[in-house]
Every structure is written in structure tokens, then in C-alpha cells.
Design a binder for this molecule. Structure first.
Ligand SMILES: *Cc1c(COP(=O)(O)O)cnc(C)c1O
Length: 364
């Protein structure tokens, strides 16, 4: 039998959905190109398959968070811009240059490192400059922008490809922080040498034309995460997660399931066990919350989610047999519902997806 036939769990990644989502975003952002943010292994879907599919569709700008992530996909993206969002770590300058990976410079110290590398290379080196407009994690402060404006030689040898900022609350369309950041970014970027600009993440694209720029940087929406929470999801789901029933057993009233006996049967109950646990990124916070779907019906998750196993109440599904598939994420069990049950967001569910699933990649 093939691995797919014997697998205990299957994660299906639909590249045609990822590409369709990219095209949807391209249509919604006519002001400039739409990059593919493929950090964290393309949000758990697999950067090695997602990045080439987007490249094939015409995407020519990519971002990861770490240099190591960029190095892994650089050979798959000929001719494309590849940027590292988390900034330039001292000692990695030559590696960036050797592999044509563009640092996103977020402080005067990082700018100095890249300027020195340009001097060593005797060439102008491309960079993206990150301005902090409210996230307060990375990016030039207002004082650093002022210092750059006062001393343009600090940018000697640096070819500014883009100047960018990152929105704090883009998924909340009514949050005044959005407009505040937009205006602040415009004012700060105006003080720097002329360069293309980049503002919107996935949700930012849906904030309307004021948030359009020369480069949008969506990640989440490519992978089917709803960029407009509370409204119908305009993106296509790209992930399906299913697991086989490993065992079924009957419990008498009063008997418990799992570690610490956090759930007890109130009636004769039938418990289904699957080989997915928190080591697979199936959140422990789903303990006694959430559900799986079989044949259109819902099976409540009962007991603790453990490292390798999770249990469901199948009492109301007498047709369920050992070997049948439960849907954990998919058309009948949207990612948003899983995230809500786990008291987290869709991003965390996807990026946590583990390595033990049998992965099936549907082609673009
Ligand atoms: C992760 C990230 C993005 C993509 O954000 P999504 O909400 O996933 O679209 C864009 N820009 C920066 C700086 C990021 O860190």
C-alpha cells in the first residue's frame, strides 16, 4: 500500500487555491505588484512548493522572516526579489550579497552594516528600509528617520528598492490606527530620498485605495486566512486536514477519557481516537472544545488533547468505523472555527501544522 493509503493523517495543500488567492489580491491592488510572504514555511503550507507556484504564476517579489528561510528558496526563484523582513544580523552581510537576498533594514545600525558591505563590494547594494509607524518592534524610529534625512551620506552605497511600514490593526477596518499609520508613514517617507513604497499586508489590501502602494506584502490571505474577519471570506481555503479513526471504544456513564480525566461520560458513550496531538500543532487549548466532522455531522472533542492523540465523542455517529476519516480542517470545518475554538487566530493554527502529517500537494 502507498503512504497515502496507510497514513494516519493527511494534510492536503491546494496550490491552485494559493495561486487563485494571489490573483485575487493582484486584482484588488492595481497600484503596484503583490509580493508573496512565504515566511514560516509559507505559513505551514510548505515554502518549497508554494514559492515556485507563485513564481510560475508571475509573482516576482518574495519575503521571508529569516535569512535561513530565504537561502532555502533562493534557487527556486530566479530573477525574483527576495527580502528578509527581520533585518540584517551582524556577520550575515556577505551571505545576503552572495545570494542576492535583500535585507529589510530597520535601524541606523543595520544601515551602517549594509553601507560597509557596499564599500567592501565597491558596488551599490539594494535594500529595503523599514520605518516604524506604531508596531514598535522593528523599523527606524522617527529620530532615526530625522538623522538619515539630515545626513544622506548614511545611505551611501545603498540602493533603496522600497521604503516600507507594517500596519498594526489592518484587519480592523474601523480602527483609527490605520489612518494614523498611513499619514505618519507618508510624512516620514517624504523625508527620505525618493523610493518606492510598501504598506499593506493581506488585510491592508482590503482597507481600500488609500492603503495601496508600490508593493503589497500579503501572506495570510494567500493561504486562505480571512483578511476581513467578521465578513465572508473572499479567499479560497488552501488546506485540508483529515485523520483516520485509530480506535473506537464504549464508555459506561462516569468513565473518563484522557489525561487527568477532564471529561466524563454522562451516558453510554463511543469514543474515537485519532493520531493527531499537540506535537502536530493541534492545540492543547482545544481540550474539551472544538469538533471534528464525519459525514456532515459534528463530533465534539472530548478530554485532553495529548501529544500524539486526540479523542472525540462519536456516540451520535453509529456509522463511524475504525479507519474512517475525520475532517479537522476543511470545507466542513473552516480554519476560522478551529482558531476560535482554540482561542487563537488562524495564523497560529496554520504555522503550527506539524511534520508528521502525510502531505499531499495538489498542483497549481
Ligand atoms: C508577516 C508580515 C506580512 C504579511 O502579513 P499577513 O497579515 O500575513 O498578510 C507583511 N509584512 C510584514 C512586515 C510581516 O511581518
Amino acid at each position: 500500500m502507498s503512504a497515502a493509503e496507510t497514513a494516519a493523517s493527511v494534510l492536503t495543500v491546494d496550490l491552485s487555491a494559493v495561486v487563485a488567492n494571489w490573483r485575487t489580491l493582484v486584482a484588488r491592488h492595481p497600484a503596484g505588484p503583490v509580493a508573496g510572504v512565504v515566511k514560516a514555511n509559507a505559513y505551514g503550507l510548505g515554502a518549497a512548493v508554494v514559492a515556485p507556484a507563485l513564481h510560475e504564476a508571475g509573482c516576482r517579489h518574495f519575503f521571508t522572516a529569516h535569512l535561513s528561510e530565504a537561502l532555502a528558496i533562493r534557487p527556486l526563484l530566479p530573477g525574483a526579489m527576495l527580502g528578509v523582513l527581520n533585518g540584517l544580523r551582524p556577520g550575515t552581510e556577505a551571505e545576503h550579497r552572495a545570494h542576492d537576498i535583500i535585507p529589510v533594514l530597520g535601524s541606523l545600525a543595520e544601515i551602517a552594516l549594509w553601507r560597509a558591505e557596499a564599500a567592501r563590494a565597491g558596488a551599490r547594494l539594494p535594500a529595503i528600509i523599514h520605518i516604524d509607524t506604531g508596531m514598535a518592534r522593528l523599523g527606524l524610529t522617527e529620530a532615526e528617520v530625522a538623522a538619515l534625512a539630515a545626513e544622506p551620506t548614511l545611505l551611501d552605497g545603498i540602493a533603496m528598492r522600497f521604503v516600507m511600514t507594517h500596519l498594526v490593526s489592518a484587519e480592523r477596518a474601523g480602527d483609527p490606527l490605520n489612518e494614523h499609520q498611513r499619514a505618519r508613514f507618508a510624512a516620514l517617507a517624504d523625508r527620505l530620498p525618493l523610493a518606492l513604497r510598501s504598506i499593506a499586508n493581506s488585510s491592508g489590501i482590503f482597507l481600500g485605495p488609500r492603503f495601496a502602494s508600490d508593493l503589497a506584502r500579503p501572506g495570510a490571505a494567500l493561504y486562505g486566512i480571512n483578511p476581513v474577519p467578521g465578513q465572508p471570506n473572499p479567499m479560497r481555503p488552501a488546506v485540508r486536514l483529515t485523520a483516520r479513526v485509530l480506535s473506537l471504544r464504549m464508555l459506561r456513564p462516569g468513565e473518563s477519557v484522557g489525561y487527568n480525566a477532564t471529561w466524563r461520560a454522562e451516558r453510554e458513550s463511543r469514543i474515537a481516537t485519532i493520531a493527531v496531538g499537540y506535537a502536530d500543532g493541534w492545540p492543547r487549548s482545544l481540550t474539551n472544545r472544538g469538533a471534528a466532522v464525519f459525514d456532515g455531522g459534528s463530533l465534539p472533542l472530548v478530554g485532553r488533547v495529548s501529544m500524539d492523540l486526540t479523542t472525540y465523542d462519536a456516540t451520535d455517529h453509529p456509522g463511524l468505523r475504525v479507519g474512517d476519516w475525520l475532517e479537522l480542517i476543511g470545507p466542513a470545518r473552516p480554519l476560522a472555527d478551529v482558531a476560535e475554538a482554540a482561542a487563537t487566530n488562524e495564523y497560529e493554527i496554520l504555522t503550527a501544522l506539524g511534520r508528521r502529517y502525510h502531505r499531499v500537494v495538489l498542483g497549481a
